[in-house]
Ligand binder design. Structure first.
Ligand SMILES: O=C(O)C1=C[C@@H](OP(=O)(O)O)[C@@H](O)[C@H](O)C1
Ligand SMILES: C=C(OP(=O)(O)O)C(=O)O
Length: 490
């Protein structure tokens, strides 16, 4: 759980000592491949070298420490910018998505500086709110959290704020953000496509009140409004009127982060949430490790066999990644807590002859886990059906099409349905010269790496795209595969 406590804030650090877009090396979605023993040859769709997905040489015995949650980091950055006092974010995520959020908030008038501590994945951050100013352009990259959380905050700025992003970001659904702001009296100018790019003309205040929206394409439409709502004159009640609502845990996470900072934020009906106006506290906020990014690593135990341990698994959390504890059991894993850590044991694993069962699963609550779960289902010996994930067509890429295309290119038998995917068992094999395509989607890239444990010769076109939420993915992945058993003692 995040916690807010009063601390004495550290001294300001000169900004030049730390520049997230420079020194940490994720100013673009590409970054240099870390030195490991996997060949980089041929060329992927991005023009970068392909990454030869490593196979496991034996059962795993790995401890994989994961950096901070994307969803918590970007919520806490927004709340810190809107707070009445400074906040220290401890162990935040440093990745492309969080870096873009930091840049956006800085340009809007927030001061964000590193503090002393860096446990290896980047420094803690001191966020000092300032008056929100317009006249700026925000690059959302491909970050859903920025394109949906940024505009309601920009409505509180004085002046125009233009939002744009990657080519793929211009295809992501934005209509509900635009329509809801207009319904609240905020001027938004777009080119008629109800997509990026568009401009929010902030008037320095938003009256708030009530708004009915269709959040069936993304829960982030709800979260974005709720995060800014304490600063609206009357607060806000958001009512979802669409036929389905994906990713409910992420809305509950939003309410929890608001409440932890002293804001009244409640679910007031089945699909209705109310945030009352009031000050947002600062203090110190601890960011949990990203449990959704744990998915491919923990699932690796089921494929390669052996045990994978993720340190610092929270005992109570709003992260949907916590549901991996049940999901992986459905595939036959043993999952246990050891102290503060989570350990997944996959026995001999697929490569050791274990047959994974097929599954029938509604994943609407945890769509961001789908690429990992679908990859496991593709290795199962029984048929699977994964439903409730139609909204994944509006994620980083159309994930249903991408998963079906890439798995079928390996010989899989995957069918796209309106609301999900069905899979029939089939042997998978890599086709020389035809790497697994990531479609600029970090979770497609990690799903490919997971399959590569069991599919000899599999190459990934663009492993660097994992920098969206986990810049050290290739390094962590090869570390997981190479560490000696005894030294780790698990
Ligand atoms: O609010 C958030 O932090 C998120 C909400 C979800 O979005 P959708 O509701 O669009 O699936 C999730 O998939 C995404 O990775 C992060
Ligand atoms: C859907 C995802 O990201 P975003 O926050 O960009 O929507 C994701 O990380 O799986």
């Amino acid at each position: 759980m995040v916690s807010v406590t009063d601390v004495s804030l550290p001294l300001r650090v000169p900004p030049l000592l730390w520049e997230p877009m420079g020194i940490l090396g994720y100013s673009s979605p590409r970054f240099e491949l870390p030195g490991d023993d996997h060949d980089a040859r041929n060329s992927g769709a991005s023009g970068d070298p392909v990454w030869a997905a490593p196979q496991a040489s034996g059962p795993l015995s790995a401890i994989v420490p994961l950096p901070g949650s994307k969803s918590l980091t970007n919520r806490e950055l927004v709340l810190s910018a809107l707070a009445e006092e400074p906040t220290v974010l401890r162990a935040p995520l440093h990745s492309r998505d969080s870096s873009l959020m930091i840049d956006a908030l800085r340009s809007l008038g927030t001061t964000i500086e590193p503090t002393g501590r860096d446990a290896g994945d980047g420094p803690d951050l001191l966020v000092t709110p300032g008056p929100l100013v317009g006249g700026v352009a925000v690059d959302c990259g491909l970050a859903g959290t920025l394109m949906r959380f940024g505009p309601p905050l920009a409505a509180l700025a004085l002046g125009p704020v233009t939002f744009d992003g990657d080519a793929a970001a211009r295809r992501r659904p934005m209509r509900t953000t635009i329509d809801s702001l207009r319904a609240l009296g905020v001027e938004v100018v777009d080119d008629g496509r109800a997509a990026l790019p568009f401009t929010v003309h902030g008037a320095g205040r938003v009256a708030g009140g009530e708004v009915a929206i269709d959040a069936s394409a993304s829960s982030q439409f709800v979260s974005g409004l709720l995060l800014a709502a304490p600063r609206f004159d009357e607060g806000l009640t958001v009512r979802h009127a669409g036929e389905r609502l994906p990713s409910l845990p992420h809305i509950l996470m939003t309410l929890a982060t608001l409440r932890t900072r002293g804001v009244s934020a409640e679910q007031t009906a089945e699909a209705e949430w109310t945030v009352r106006p009031g000050p947002i506290a600062g203090g110190t906020v601890d960011i949990e490790p990203d449990l959704s990014n744990a998915a491919p690593f923990l699932a690796a135990a089921l494929v390669a066999g052996g045990r994978v341990r993720v340190p610092g698994w929270p005992t109570r959390t709003t992260q949907v990644g916590d549901s991996l504890r049940e999901l992986l059991v459905q595939f036959g894993a043993t999952v246990e807590r050891v102290g503060d850590d989570l350990v997944v044991d996959g026995g001999a694993g697929v490569v050791g002859g274990v047959e994974l069962p097929g599954i029938d699963l509604d994943l609407s609550a945890g769509g961001e886990l789908a690429p990992t779960i679908v990859a496991l289902a593709a290795l199962a010996t029984g048929p699977s059906r994964i439903t409730g994930i139609g909204h994944l067509r509006g994620h980083e890429t159309d994930r249903l099409a991408a998963l079906a295309t890439e798995l079928n290119a390996l010989g899989g038998r995957v069918t796209e349905e309106e609301d999900g995917l069905s899979l029939s068992p089939a042997p998978l094999s890599a086709r020389p010269g035809r790497p697994w395509q990531s479609y600029a989607d970090h979770r497609m890239a990690t799903a490919g790496a997971l399959l590569g444990l069991a599919v000899p010769g599999l190459e990934i076109d663009d492993i660097a795209t994992t920098a969206k939420t986990l810049p050290r993915f290739p390094e962590l992945w090869s570390g997981m595969l190479s560490r000696p058993t005894v030294a780790l003692g698990i």
